[in-house]
Design a protein around this ligand. Structure first.
Ligand SMILES: Cc1cc2nc3c(=O)[nH]c(=O)nc-3n(C[C@H](O)[C@H](O)[C@H](O)COP(=O)(O)O)c2cc1C
Length: 336
């Protein structure tokens, strides 16, 4: 997730081993081949990648995501990424940002399935030559859902080995509800595995998304930031045949936020920037957790790191609150 999930976030969120794989933020491709440092910045795990490709410190595989509309540029950059050790590529057909769509990237390609086919085909041609898999991340459409299946079929025909479907159109943005039942229509029309994505915040959401989409696997986005134990919760529920983990206490959430701040400080990031990243994460947590909401309100004007961190960890306010967390599924993936 652009501006939200980076190498440090991936390391923290994957450390309990419950995620099957993670995705980087998108690398935006215009036409020219990008220098190696761009790929390294988006995927610092490449610095230590072995034959298994980039992995987090807990050995969770990391997929690199590309975004663009120029088949030759994308193919050249896929080649570059592979030469640096990438073993799984993902193509973004979901980004709703106006700047990206104006330049014909992300969700804007969903207006023309033929272009989805061409873009995936160009990257798959390179990937297959190197034994690297390519996936596509799709929304249900741009303005409406008329081309949802056609775009999924185009991605499959182009060579995508797996499709992740965010169950909304670009016009629907991030507004609930996610239309998981539409993913079932896509599944019925393609042969490759389909992963359901969108609005999975809890075990109940997980199960509902699985039931309505028919997908075995889901991708977790904001829900994983709101409850960093969501994937573990799901996996435990599945592995034990229905046993629920207790809700995530605030102390565990604040510990993760503070360790994130520590990692950023160790990397030399400016304190103000660290505070704004922490606020962004806390902002996602607060919708699902009353303690996070209280801390967010108390700290929203704070710009200095030390008092911000103290405000996260102080034990003076409410007790360990919890999210409404619960979730279920066979494998989960962290959105880029
Ligand atoms: C701030 C933000 C940044 C995102 N960046 C990306 C991205 O770089 N690539 C991508 O495929 N999806 C991106 N997404 C979309 C998410 O991966 C996901 O599809 C969407 O948020 C729905 O899932 P969720 O409800 O579980 O968050 C982003 C979403 C948000 C909110």
């Amino acid at each position: 997730m652009e501006g939200v999930i980076d190498g440090d976030t991936r390391a923290l969120l994957s450390e309990d081993g419950a995620l099957d794989w993670c995705v980087t933020e998108f690398v935006r491709v215009v036409d020219a081949r990008l220098p190696p440092r761009v790929f390294l910045r988006h995927c610092p795990e490449l610095a230590t990648a072995g034959s298994a490709g980039p992995i987090t410190p807990s050995a969770t595989p990391v997929t690199l995501q590309l975004l663009g509309s120029d088949p030759r540029g994308l193919a050249a950059n896929a080649e570059q990424a592979i030469s640096q050790g990438v073993t799984r590529l993902d193509l973004n057909f979901g980004c709703p940002a106006k700047t990206v769509n104006r330049h014909d990237g992300g969700a804007s390609l969903l207006r023309t399935p033929e272009r989805v086919y061409t873009v995936v085909g160009a990257v798959a041609e390179v990937s297959q030559r190197h034994g690297v898999s390519v996936n596509a991340k799709l929304r249900l459409g741009f303005d409406d859902k008329q081309l949802a299946l056609a775009c999924a079929q185009a991605a499959e025909a182009g060579g995508a080995e797996e499709l992740v479907v965010h169950a909304r159109t670009r016009r629907e943005g991030y507004r609930p509800p996610a239309h998981w039942e539409w993913i079932a229509r896509i599944r019925a029309g393609v042969r490759v595995p389909v992963v359901a994505n969108g609005d999975i915040w809890s075990l109940e959401d997980y199960w509902k998304a699985r039931t309505l989409s028919g997908c075995r696997d889901v991708m977790l986005g904001r829900g994983m930031l709101a409850d960093p134990w969501l994937a573990r919760r799901i996996r435990h529920w599945l592995e034990t045949g229905g046993e629920r983990l207790s809700p995530t206490p605030w102390s565990a959430r604040s510990d993760m936020l503070i360790r994130y701040a520590d990692a950023k400080r160790d990397a030399g990031m400016a304190e103000k920037v660290i505070v704004s990243l922490l606020k962004q994460w806390l902002n996602i947590m607060r919708g699902r957790d009353s303690e996070a909401a209280a801390r967010f309100t108390a700290l929203r004007r704070e710009t200095a790191l030390a008092p911000f961190v103290a405000g996260l960890s102080d034990l003076g306010s409410s007790s360990d609150s919890t999210s409404s967390g619960t979730a279920a599924h066979a494998s989960s993936t962290l959105a880029g």
